[in-house]
Design a protein around this ligand. Structure first.
Ligand code: LFC
Ligand code: MG
Length: 439
């Protein structure tokens, strides 16, 4: 068989008008239109196409699209094998371009664009091996897996040898956990009931529906006004009781001391974690909040705006987080997520991925399955976010049964969007947008 060559990489600006219903709204992001820069990698084999997206919330998607186009030259014209045989080197090559690096490095728009391309490459790789991405990762030897990771800047926290040791210690029991996952699924939580823009009545109705569907973990938005938060948390606790877990998310709204004071008031409702209490860059601030809230039984969670392994390393070293929330796009793609999963394991911190948006649930199910089977080997305090939006646009949408993700079995990273949905939602000329703009 002749070698598969990457012939072209195309990018589309895809947006969904979710702000109409205020779905996805929080203290900081009051009217998101869930969107994506959507990458397609075309190869010499017309049956083998890779897809990857990076999540955005509306305006600015066009900037990420341009950044994807700037990175494109790094992969087009190469053979698939030359890129997949050493994924670590491929990651380094994409994140270290001698000129593009200046507009990162490994953060911001260029890194979101990196994620769309890196994830598309992993999708292509998994499809070429005819495996779902999680299984491709699970089936790698510890050495192969570790070779996908860039250890530069993190060897003071974890060395390749330590990472290999973690993976090796789980090798013998891997198959048991694969079988368990296929039978029971991956525990999840829902954020769908508690968006900040929803009315009290809507929250009540959504809580009841979620209880009927078997959910045991709920997350709601807080931050702007403490009295509103108290009222909303009371409503939710009345609906879900105290035997279920409730988490709150402030989306970076507070200063450090404000976060502590606000959360002391909300502690009455026993939140399990406070997510993004303050600036995502403030590692020591998170540590201060974590220390102050520990006596109240509230853990600090963050990560959806944490762009690289170096930031996560410091959050872990500073005891700043009790829950590590990797984001499949913010981190630039699969390779970087692997490094964070291994560091979190070493620091004994559970990984509870950020999801929702568009496509993030489809992505993170693969990452958490790999985490459980090959890295953490425990489900304790581990839940994956789920938001009930936009799944109908995917060719292989994630499946939830009784509050758990059912492991995907189709080859790839589950991120292919239906052609009709792409055409309808392309910004600004897709039919959905020409209609919205007429209203
Ligand atoms: C703008 C988005 O909907 C965010 O509010 C959302 O990703 C959120 O932070 C979450 O944790 O799900
Ligand atoms: Mg959040």
């Amino acid at each position: 068989m002749s070698e598969v060559i990457i012939n072209d990489l195309t990018v589309r600006d895809i947006r969904f008008p979710t702000s109409i219903e205020l779905s996805g709204s929080d203290a900081m992001n009051v009217d998101p239109d869930y969107s994506a820069a959507y990458v397609t990698i075309h190869t010499s084999d017309t049956d083998l196409v890779g897809h990857g997206l990076t999540f955005t919330i509306g305006r600015g998607t066009e900037v990420v699209v341009l950044a994807c186009k700037a990175l494109k030259y790094l992969v087009v014209g190469k053979t698939l094998k030359s890129l997949t045989q050493d994924m670590g080197a491929t990651w380094r090559m994409i994140t270290s371009d001698s000129q593009l690096r200046w507009i990162g490095p490994e953060k911001g728009v260029i890194h979101l664009a990196t994620a769309a391309i890196v994830n598309a490459l992993w999708d292509l790789y998994a499809k070429s091996e005819k495996k779902p991405l999680w299984k491709l990762l699970v089936d790698m030897t510890p050495e192969e897996l570790v070779s996908c990771i860039d250890f530069r800047y993190i060897t003071d926290a974890i060395t390749p040898q330590e990472a290999i040791h973690i993976l090796k210690s789980n090798q013998d029991s891997k198959n048991q956990r694969v079988a368990e996952m296929l039978k029971d699924g991956l525990p999840a939580y829902t954020t769908s009931a508690g968006w900040l823009g929803y009315s009290d009545d809507k929250i009540k109705t959504l809580c009841r529906e979620a209880l009927d569907q078997g959910w045991n973990y709920f997350k709601i938005k807080v931050g702007r006004d403490v009295n509103d938060d108290v009222r909303r948390m009371r409503i939710i606790r009345e609906e879900i009781g105290y035997e279920r877990k409730l988490m709150v998310d402030a989306n970076q709204w507070w200063d450090v001391n404000e976060a502590i004071e606000h959360m002391k008031v909300l502690s009455e409702f026993k939140p399990w974690w406070i997510e993004e209490p303050t600036s995502p860059d403030d590692i020591l601030g998170h540590a201060t909040i974590a220390k102050a809230l520990a006596p109240y039984g509230i853990g600090v969670a963050t990560g959806e705006h944490c762009a690289n392994r170096v930031m996560f390393k410091q959050l872990l070293q500073a005891n700043a987080i009790k829950f590590c929330q990797i984001d499949s796009c913010r981190l630039g793609g699969v390779n970087e997520v692997l490094s964070v999963l291994l560091m979190a394991k070493k620091f004994n911190i559970p990984v509870c991925p950020h999801a929702g948006g568009v496509g993030l649930c489809e992505y993170v199910q693969h990452l958490s399955l790999f985490d459980y089977v090959s890295v953490s080997a425990t489900l304790e305090d581990r839940i994956v976010e789920y938001v009930d939006h936009l799944h109908e646009h995917f060719v292989n949408p994630c499946v939830i049964v009784n509050g758990k993700y059912v492991p995907p079995t189709e080859p790839g990273y589950s991120i292919t969007i239906r052609e009709q949905s792409l055409n309808d939602h392309e910004y600004p000329n897709g039919s959905v947008w020409t209609r919205v703009n007429q209203i």
